[in-house]
Design a protein around this ligand. Sequence first.
Ligand SMILES: Nc1ncnc2c1ncn2[C@@H]1O[C@H](COP(=O)(O)OP(=O)(O)OP(=O)(O)O)[C@@H](O)[C@H]1O
Ligand SMILES: [Mg+2]
Length: 287
Amino acid sequence: MWTKALSGHSGCQVLLCESDARLFVRKISGSSDYNARLQVQAEKQARFESRFVSVPKVLDSGITNDGCYYFDMEYIRGVTLAEYMRRIEIGKIRGFVSRLIGHIVDVGNKSGYIKADVFSDKINALRQSFAALEADASVDMQLINRALAALEAHSWQSFTQSSCHGDLTLENIIVHDSELYFIDFLDSFYDCWILDISTLLQDAYALWAYRNWDIVDMNTQIRLAVFRDILMDELTAIDAGVWVNEVFYALLLKLLRIYPYTKDEKTIRFLNDKTALVLLILEQGGL
Ligand SMILES: Nc1ncnc2c1ncn2[C@@H]1O[C@H](COP(=O)(O)OP(=O)(O)OP(=O)(O)O)[C@@H](O)[C@H]1O
Ligand SMILES: [Mg+2]
């Protein structure tokens, strides 16, 4: 079997493989400790159904000689949506956003009960993690305390549980033949469709998927601004806009949750800027 490594930051190995003149992707757990999570990922992908977007078909799964779980899936001959945004025809952006939101709203319509205490537990745990970061001069603690207070005051009663992707960044969506394919599903602390929309906003407002690019050129920035405006239009159109604020609260929580895992000062400063922006939007009562 011929293989070539594809990029990946999660510690998993992602290999493009060829066997019997057939290409496929094999994703292998970085260690046996990660097996259960990767298996959940494969199961989420295999169960996935949507009227609007697709997934690479899961072909096989197993355990390597080292005891690591792997699964094989169809290879999609495309590029990530993050990359595609550099050169997408501006007129095509609306169609992509409509499909993403159409899918997430479908999922939201099937959502069930609410476990709002999951959020209060998470925010309490976050407060404790930040206590350990107080000595780090690059963390803007005044800003963090304002953000934590805003999160604590929020009710989270609209966050109905549903199936979700778990890490819906533009890096985990592949574009091929104008079709969108979701990859890299993740088990998150709470499964909820609103969190998936907030991950899209994390790229549209906070440019998270682009944080390691040396330059986000003007063409890409313009396309991302159009993506963001259309995303907000679509979001405002759902149930007369009741979700807009909720999505920004979810984004604020998401940004704060990244700090404890961040080691480099550049990313911390990036997070400070974006947290301040989202907090401002919320404090002004929306956009
Ligand atoms: N089925 C597929 N078809 C085509 N390309 C794929 C496929 N699966 C993964 N890739 C490519 O490999 C990259 C890494 O895959 P994936 O996102 O699953 O890995 P990861 O280790 O979880 O990485 P990350 O932390 O970067 O999200 C993707 O961004 C994509 O470019
Ligand atoms: Mg990924």
